[in-house]
Design a protein around this ligand. Structure first.
Ligand code: NAI
Length: 415
């Protein structure tokens, strides 16, 4: 078996941590039990480019139970949990190509190694795998799935330009994904990453959240819960209005830059924090990113503006400006929740990865009828996952009565 990981000796810790995640993923467990019996992915080669975390490991075990042959590489150079990679290789016989902190060249070599199995299907997070496939025009017989907002945006752009070479299911756009993973998962784990990196008290800080989309809502909500004065930055008037009515202060980044203590970018956009902002930030301002790519903070300009830098703690780089002010960049501007913490908790990834597993099965069954487009997760899959999750939490809900169904489908009855 081919693999490239940091150290196979880390597998014992990784296995225990995978088991912990597994215990917290009841929906994926149910799918795995069915997959083990029915083998819906028998003989299907899947190249996966995902954050190599304990939850991803549970997804890999589910796909393998379904009969798939797997190769896994990381979707971010800093998001790999080396002990998990070790356990997947040593305990579960799954090919993994990823090492935490790998450089740009190794990152892409690992993608190529995952693609060398000649996959029938791909699972991507951010669309680096699919864009690599498209650059070299590799044929993917069945299609692929995409995990995150930024990846879906890239793939929709490819579809619009008529460049998409195989169908994609946008897992991110399932309600049981973005409403929970992006909001509660990113919300909690982003704060977790900031705290683990800095050990700073969040209470009483001016906490600036750039972007009030699904992830930003979560980060703002959790920072508020810890007692921060949350300031929201937006470019969309609807989202800005929502933030105001959710009780947050909304202002332009030029104003917030002067008063913020901690800044988080979660926009999926480029250069949200840039030179003009670094010039006015307070001494000891902390800046980090939880959006998919490390382009939301203009790090090259930060480097140019600073007279020296040093690593002061794990995942904390101190930049000293020419006037002596210090700015602390966390996790090299990469997803802070995965760089400095462990990513989303298993309970929320349970739903995201249930969508992945069921979308792979759907694609295997239906690829002949799919065009080279970006598709939503079929609503019956999405709804079933919500029902299973509720059941796993012991929550029961009501059903419409026949009278209510009729009423809601009619127009005749008014005041
Ligand atoms: P979204 O589309 O729901 O929200 C993005 C928001 O940013 C929008 O409201 C948009 O108006 C705003 N925005 C765009 N440019 C801006 C600018 N220059 N200044 C201020 N606001 C701006 O997207 P979502 O789902 O919240 O995802 C955001 C990013 O986080 C994406 O890159 C996504 O891939 C990533 N993500 C990261 C996760 C993690 O584990 N850290 C998990 C899920 C998504």
């Amino acid at each position: 078996m081919n693999y490239d990981i940091k150290d196979a000796a880390l597998s014992k810790k990784g296995k225990l941590r995978i088991e912990w995640a597994d215990d917290n993923m009841p929906v994926l467990n149910l799918i795995r039990q069915r997959f083990a019996k029915e083998k819906p992915l028998k003989g299907t080669k899947i190249a996966c480019c995902l954050h190599v975390t304990t939850e991803t490991a549970v997804l890999m075990l589910t796909l393998k139970a379904g009969g798939a042959e797997l190769a896994l590489c990381a979707s971010n150079p800093l998001s790999t949990q080396d002990d998990v990679a070790a356990s997947l290789v040593k305990d579960y016989g799954i090919s993994v190509f990823s090492i935490k902190g790998e450089d740009h060249k190794t990152y892409y070599e690992h993608l190529e190694l995952a693609l060398s199995i000649k996959p029938d299907l791909t699972m991507d997070d951010g669309a680096d795998l699919v864009s690599t496939i498209h650059k070299k025009k590799q044929h993917i017989p069945l299609g692929g799935t995409e995990e995150t907002t930024t990846g879906v945006i890239r793939l929709r752009a490819m579809e619009l330009e008529g460049k998409l070479l195989h169908p994609i299911i946008a897992v991110n756009d399932a309600q049981t994904k973005f409403m929970f993973d992006n909001r509660y998962g990113t919300g909690q784990s982003t704060i977790d990453g900031i705290i683990r990196a800095t050990n700073k008290l969040i209470a009483g800080t001016n906490f600036v959240v750039c972007g009030y989309g699904w992830c930003g809502r979560g980060a703002a909500m959790r920072a508020k819960g810890l007692g921060a004065n949350v300031i929201v930055i937006e470019v969309d008037p609807f989202k800005a209005l929502e933030a105001v009515m959710d009780g947050f202060v909304v202002m332009p980044i030029a104003n917030a830059a002067k008063i913020g203590d901690i800044f988080v970018t979660v926009t999926g956009d480029i250069n949200v924090l840039r030179g003009e902002h670094f010039k006015v930030m307070k001494d000891k301002a902390i800046i980090c990113n939880s959006g998919h790519f490390n382009v939301e903070i203009d790090i090259p300009t930060l480097k140019k503006l600073s007279k020296k830098s040093r690593t002061t703690r794990d995942f904390v780089e101190e930049f000293v400006m020419s006037d002596g002010r210090r700015i602390y960049l966390l996790g090299e501007g990469r997803l802070i929740n995965l760089a400095a913490a462990e990513g989303h908790p298993a309970q929320v990834m349970d739903m995201s990865f249930a969508n992945q597993a069921l979308s792979a099965e759907y694609m295997k069954k239906n690829y002949r009828s799919l065009e080279n487009k970006v598709y939503k997760v079929p609503i019956d899959i999405d709804r079933r996952i919500a029902e299973l999750k509720l059941a796993s939490m012991g929550v029961k809900i009501d059903k419409l009565t026949e009278e209510q169904k009729k009423y809601l489908a009619s127009w005749e009855m008014g005041t």
